[in-house]
Design a protein around this ligand. Structure first.
Ligand code: SAH
Length: 361
């Protein structure tokens, strides 16, 4: 039986549970506990996820008394836009403020054939990859389900239409906030709501093996990206300390098992860092590591991060790297980091905002 979040307390700050954190079953349970017929749950779901309502009072086909009761019991405002920065390409980065003042980032990436939103799963990150801005200020908290869903809804409002693709490549490690992320994915995926196909939702992970094993058993067809960034255990664990906990050989075995179980191709992300992991020898070691494993490799150029004293690879080095992989029949593409130029890498808008807030106070 679905558990219903506790009712609101009136203590100044908004402690009402978020309506967007409720699964469909939980929404039905709420309506039934209020003595309402089951179709009310469907009506509210449509208001939230099809009509993108931002106020309880707008739900004109619900009786006024029910709207008032729902307003007392649940918040319909999980997040607000605190800052926006746009590029000429149409890519836009949002700083999204939650009810407790914590902020995360999301990036809206429109293209002729798709509208991708890149969302965050945590405030900060525990994993402190050397080249990533997200973990530099440490970990604050997990995002709630409704706060994750809210980022997709903000994009849908800005675009006046739902995104076609959702990628968990903003701040945080989605598999370190497993339950809330999976619950949010089921809400985003719901065909009577936002309706984004599971295959158009990508989880990117730094390689949390137990969570990857769990994900393989979910029976949901999401895409999985694994941040690899190095072809050896030694180099990888220097760039990504999480590699000490989940070593490279075990990670590759876990990827193989994931593929065998789900038949879904994994994409490996590899950020090219000048003279550190972008030499021909690294490319060859990567070919050996992946061997004949059916997968894709996404190469991308490092976005500068002040705390990480290294540069992006040259275009030539990047092209050579792709060539070496292609020769070994590895499906590799060099991605241009759209959305990362003006706004820089993952986590940087949030950290620059925190800097501004600190210098203003
Ligand atoms: N924690 C997850 C998802 C968030 S990061 C993960 O590690 O996959 C999303 C992607 O952005 C990851 O592949 C990450 O390695 C990459 N990234 C982080 N900082 C970057 C930077 N400075 N330049 C380029 N890519 C970066």
């Amino acid at each position: 039986m679905a558990t219903i979040p506790a009712a609101a307390e009136s203590t100044g700050q908004d402690f009402r549970p978020l309506i967007h954190s409720l699964s469909k079953a939980e929404m039905a349970a709420v309506m039934s506990s209020l003595g309402e017929p089951p179709y009310r749950a469907k009506q509210v779901w449509e208001w939230l996820y099809i009509k993108l309502a931002t106020e309880w009072m707008a739900m004109s086909n619900l009786p006024l008394g029910l709207r008032e009761r729902l307003e007392d019991d649940f918040s319909i405002c999980p997040a607000a836009i605190a800052a926006r920065s746009a590029e000429t390409s149409g890519t836009e980065k949002l700083l999204v403020r939650m009810r407790d003042g914590e902020c995360v980032e999301e990036v809206l990436i429109p293209a002729p054939d798709r509208k991708t939103v890149c969302i965050s799963s945590q405030v900060g990150c525990r994993f402190r990859c050397a080249f990533c801005a997200s973990g530099q200020a440490g970990f604050r908290r997990n995002l709630e389900t409704g706060e994750i869903v809210a980022q997709v809804l903000l994009a849908a409002r800005i675009w006046a239409g739902r995104p076609s693709h959702v990628v968990f490549m903003g701040i945080g490690e989605p598999l370190d906030n497993y339950d809330n992320v999976l619950k949010a994915i089921r809400i985003i995926n719901d065909q009577n709501g936002i309706g984004i196909g599971a295959r158009k939702i990508t989880i990117s992970t730094s390689g949390i093996i137990p969570a990857m094993e769990r994900l393989a058993g979910e029976g949901i067809q999401v895409e999985l990206s694994v941040s690899l960034h190095a072809p050896t255990q030694e180099l990888r664990s220097r760039l990504m300390p999480v590699g000490r906990l989940y070593p490279l050989d075990q990670l590759i075995s876990a990827c193989r098992s994931y593929f065998e179980k789900t038949k879904r191709l994994i994409t490996f992300e590899y950020v090219l860092i000048r003279n550190i992991n972008d030499q021909p020898t690294h490319a060859k070691m990567l070919c050996r590591l992946l061997g004949d494993f059916p997968c894709r490799v996404n190469l991308l150029l490092l976005s500068p991060v002040p705390e990480f004293k290294a540069e992006s690879s040259s275009q030539d080095a990047a092209r050579m790297f792709v060539k070496t992989l292609a020769k070994a029949s590895i499906n590799a593409t060099l991605r241009t980091p759209r959305g990362l130029s003006v706004n820089a890498a993952c986590g940087q808008l949030r950290s620059s905002h925190a800097d501004n807030a600190a210098s203003a106070s």
